[in-house]
Design a protein around this ligand. Structure first.
Ligand SMILES: [Fe+2]
Length: 466
């Protein structure tokens, strides 16, 4: 093999087989006193089984990592998600067909895969690993052992779902979104109250189904953004193609925006704007008749193609990065303005969670220093002034940041930023702790191995996990 053709970041797409439990990490610097809890990260981490290699990064088997921080002790644990998908593959020593980007055998359907590697959420003492299907894989937050795959009974007939449920911390409600191919085909939004009782808010009918990865909720509204990357519902049901290949990009459709009353489900308005490919909503809030919805918008879905494994070769670029973009929706005039914010391209945008559903100006993200390259810097952007502060290091590839406020009363964006960084020269990863105001390093703790590139992170304060 010509080693010159292997990109230096290939370690980020290389399988990790080792699992450790509560491994103490060597620490340099000082962990802030107020930083106490666990950061969890999820992502694909195993890309071969038996003789076969997955066809796409997102078909890698899910791994959950946990970095526990308290006092000057930092420990690390990582476990593969013991989904039925993973266990079946281990027994057969082969990759099953039917994942994100693989053909599906006749006897299976999309939901045969519970390889929930897309997102992780924490509710109480439990973690939920989430993928594209209407089900959660329940994980013990302390040991990272997998308990069960729990189908979403109220959405059991749906073909796919968003791995980003929205939680309203004020009301205790959880909003979920799923795709239904039944008549009428469309998007089903459900609300689960604080007692765990679920109800359907509405089906938003759509003859073609968009690839909707996340959505927004404000004090009064639910906002769906349907880009022109859509599938025929019958095609999704037919199982003839890999899941991803059902979707077709047709820029001429533009982007549709649905605004629903979050209590009654009434569709208040349907708007359209230029073609966008959106994976992540960042934050949304209301100002009188206006809704401000910040999203991370790609020009097209080519990021999904860029993450394919080409005949076993790791993705070598070109990796597009989205722009933080604001949709300003005027409900009085039924109009929308779509403009980029003053921020550099990046993904995994985070706002200070105390300002969810409130106006925010401080945005944290992970993005590329150079267009087309993998993520190699962490950024703090002021979306109003355009002020940018960044952290980067030679041969270093940071993952999604987690923000932890200094205190309940601290100003927006004052606290700590955590990220697991892959140092491809050292062939190891480290946990990076930054002062979130200046992005200066206050501590780092080396992991025992190189952790492949991950997806989302969450930080759970110690008082929640106790
Ligand atoms: Fe996501």
């Amino acid at each position: 093999m010509n080693t010159l053709s292997i990109p230096k970041w290939s370690l980020g797409f290389t399988s990790l087989h080792e699992e450790v439990s509560n491994a103490p990490l060597e620490l340099s610097g000082t962990i802030p006193e107020t930083l106490c809890g666990t950061m969890y990260q999820i992502g694909p981490a195993l890309f071969e089984m038996g003789p076969r290699t997955v066809g796409h990064w997102l078909d890698g088997f899910a791994m959950i990592s946990a970095v526990r921080v308290g006092g000057q002790d930092v420990t690390f644990s990582n476990r593969f998600l013991a989904s039925s998908w993973y266990r079946r593959a281990l027994i057969k020593d082969s990759l099953a067909a039917g994942g994100f980007d693989s053909p599906i055998p006749r006897h299976m359907n999309y939901r045969s895969s519970d390889n929930a590697n897309l997102n992780i959420i924490s509710r109480g003492h439990t973690l939920e690993a989430l993928g594209d299907m209407p089900q959660s894989v329940i994980v013990d937050a302390d040991t990272l052992t997998t308990r069960e795959t729990r189908p979403w009974k109220h959405l059991s007939h749906c073909l796919a779902s968003s791995p980003h449920p929205f939680f309203d911390e004020h009301t205790g409600e959880r909003f979920d979104l799923a795709l239904s191919a039944r008549d009428p085909s469309g998007y089903i939004i459900t609300v689960t109250d604080a007692e765990g009782v679920s109800r359907k808010l509405r089906t938003v009918a759509s003859s073609r189904l968009g690839y909707i990865h996340s959505f927004s909720v404000t004090a009064h509204w639910v906002v769906l953004v349907e880009g022109p990357f859509t599938a025929n519902p019958r095609s999704l049901r037919s199982r003839r193609r890999p899941y991803l290949h059902n979707y077709v990009w047709d820029a001429s459709r533009g982007t549709r925006i649905f605004v629903l009353d979050r209590k009654s489900g009434v569709l208040a308005t349907t708007l359209s704007t230029r073609p966008l490919f959106v994976l992540h909503h960042i934050n949304a809030w209301e100002e009188g008749e206006r809704l401000l919805v910040d999203i991370a918008a790609y020009a097209d879905p080519s990021i999904l193609d860029a993450l394919a494994f080409n005949h076993g070769k790791v993705p070598s670029g070109d990796f597009p990065a989205p722009l933080a973009t604001r949709l300003t929706i005027n409900l009085g005039t039924s109009s929308v303005v779509c403009l980029p914010l003053k921020c550099p391209p990046g993904e995994f945008w985070k706002v200070d969670s105390r300002f969810s559903m409130k106006p925010t100006t401080v945005l944290f993200s992970a993005g590329p220093l150079r267009t087309g390259r993998p993520i190699d810097r962490l950024c703090r952007s002021n979306s109003t002034t355009g002020e940018l502060i960044q952290w980067s290091g030679d041969n270093c590839y940071p993952g999604a940041p987690a923000f932890i406020a200094n205190s309940i009363e601290a100003p927006e964006g004052e606290g700590w930023l955590l990220s697991i960084v892959l140092d491809v020269a050292a062939k190891r990863s480290f946990v990076l702790v930054l002062d979130a105001e200046t992005l200066t390093e206050v501590a780092r703790a080396w992991l025992p191995h190189a952790l492949p590139f991950g997806l989302h992170t969450i930080f759970v304060p110690k008082e929640v996990t106790q």
